[in-house]
Design a protein around this ligand. Structure first.
Ligand SMILES: Cc1cc2nc3c(=O)[nH]c(=O)nc-3n(C[C@H](O)[C@H](O)[C@H](O)COP(=O)(O)OP(=O)(O)OC[C@H]3O[C@@H](n4cnc5c(N)ncnc54)[C@H](O)[C@@H]3O)c2cc1C
Length: 454
């Protein structure tokens, strides 16, 4: 069928939508509208002085939900550029003035280090808590209550608060168990069916098995932004000119739901209307609200307005020399929010992906919520690591304003209702409303398309 598909937002969700539209409806007309002057959205790579700075996401995790993303990487020919991470034995968290280790691999060495850092009783407490994960039947959608039940209040405060605050910038007691933990939104993922629908080429399969076999995460040799760039190139190369358009510096302004038209405005304030059969909104909820502001979907607007987003500041910091203590062997560390530190966490990019940085150099990413100055950050880093960290070669600061959805208890149910009502009006909301994790986000873009396919 030659449907007209309109995709608003050229981040990874929007581009994945466009890619799978192309796969399922080869004759469709696809138009992408992007308000900024570039594609990729949060994915942002900068190359400078032989350093690759991943300013937004820094790696893609290998896990359960890979198939649609791998299929896309296969078709756009990006797999020769896989770069895999070096697995480090520990993760660290900051507690009572020092970094404590938790094993990222279970072996004698990492367990004895855990006992040295945290004490034998702590290990027993965690082991005792573990079976409850399997048998716990708590109904509440409050992640904090759920973890209290499994771990007890003390371990929740120490471990769970550290991890979830680092990931979502919010306390576990304000987060939804279903969204953050049990991933109800992935229940439709059916590997057997996907294997039939999304078949890899033999060459890709060989390369994937060879390169990604033992890794736990990966990047691409020229940066993560190769992913959006190559999806776009694939779409441009494989679609007749009249059937594919992308408008940068153009904002989706208002949807005329009855007429199935989107009003767009470009950088010169010129207004245009674009017709669609289906429109995909891969933009923050506040943008969706403003696009449907003049419609009569009042309760949807109200519900969308209630979605809270959190902000975070990241700093990519690099040095020409090694600065981390020689026994620091982790992905980075997270800081418990009750520890009164400005830093939320640090990620040791150059330990995880040493092949992407000049030899013996160091590249770290530091996350904060408040805007403190660079000196303060370096001072705190020094105190956490127990060394004097100063004179970096470069610091790149990014303010991710309202970029993290706060998945509050009840979020999933509310989102399902909104999603259904909008879908009746041929409006489809994108993956970032359900997950921040890239493979899951691509699967959701795929599954939304697949649902339409008859
Ligand atoms: C700092 C940070 C680190 C992260 N690290 C990781 C990681 O290591 N691994 C991982 O898997 N995930 C990570 N994530 C999450 C992941 O990056 C995001 O979930 C994903 O990139 C979101 O893609 P998206 O397309 O849904 O949204 P976005 O990338 O936000 O794209 C939305 C696009 O829509 C455009 N837009 C907005 N309004 C309009 C409008 N009205 N009209 C037209 N266009 C509009 C924007 O300009 C933007 O380009 C991280 C996120 C952040 C913020």
């Amino acid at each position: 069928m030659s449907y007209k598909f309109l995709v608003v937002g050229a981040g990874l969700s929007g581009l994945s939508n466009a890619f799978f539209i192309k796969q399922l409806y080869p004759k469709a007309k696809i138009t992408i509208i992007e308000s900024s002057n570039r594609i990729g959205g949060i994915i942002k790579t900068r190359k400078e002085n032989q350093f690759i700075f991943e300013e937004g996401p820094r790696s893609i995790k290998l896990g359960k939900y890979n198939r649609p993303l791998f299929y896309m990487i296969d078709k756009i020919g990006l797999y020769p550029e896989f770069v895999t991470s070096i697995q480090q034995p520990y993760n660290y968290f900051y507690w009572n003035g020092a970094l404590k280790s938790v094993p990222s691999q279970m072996n004698l060495k990492t367990i004895s280090r855990f006992i040295k850092d945290n004490g034998k009783d702590e290990l027993f407490n965690l082991i005792k808590a573990y079976p409850k994960i399997l048998f716990n039947k708590i109904e509440s959608d409050n992640l904090g209550e759920y973890l209290d039940e499994i771990l007890g209040k003390e371990l929740t405060k120490k471990y769970a608060e550290t991890v979830f605050y680092g990931l979502f910038g919010e306390s576990v007691y304000r987060l939804s168990k279903n969204m953050c933990f049990q991933k109800v939104y992935m229940s439709s993922y059916d590997e057997v069916q996907l294997k039939k629908d999304l078949i890899y080429d033999a060459e890709f399969e060989q390369m994937r098995k060879k390169i990604l076999n033992k890794a736990n995460s990966y990047r691409f040799s020229y940066g993560l932004d190769s992913l959006p760039k190559r999806i776009l190139r694939y779409l441009q190369d494989n679609t007749k000119e009249k059937d594919f358009e992308i408008h940068l510096n153009t904002r989706g302004k208002e949807i005329d739901i009855e007429q199935k038209q989107l009003i767009i405005e470009n950088e010169n304030k010129e207004i245009k209307k674009i017709e669609y059969d289906y429109i995909f909104l891969n933009v923050p909820s506040s943008e969706i609200v403003s696009m449907i502001e003049n419609s009569n979907l009042n309760h949807i607007k109200d519900d969308l307005k209630k979605i809270k987003n959190n902000s975070m500041i990241t700093r990519n910091i690099c040095w020409d020399q090694k600065i981390l203590p020689s026994d620091f062997r982790g992905l980075g560390y997270l800081i418990n929010p009750n520890q009164n530190q400005n830093i939320l966490g640090m990620l040791a990019d150059s330990l995880q992906f040493p092949m992407q940085y000049p030899k013996d150099s160091t590249n770290l990413t530091v996350m904060t919520q408040k805007d403190v100055n660079d000196d303060q950050i370096l001072k705190e880093l020094s105190s956490h690591l127990g060394i004097n960290v100063q004179d970096p070669k470069m610091i790149i600061k990014n303010d991710w304003i309202q970029s993290f959805i706060e998945f509050q208890p009840g979020y999933f149910e509310k989102m399902q209702k909104i999603e259904k009502e909008l879908e009746n009006k041929k409006i489809i909301i994108g993956g970032n409303h359900y997950t921040m994790v890239i493979p899951e986000l691509v699967y959701l873009s795929y599954s939304k398309m697949k649902q339409l396919y008859v």
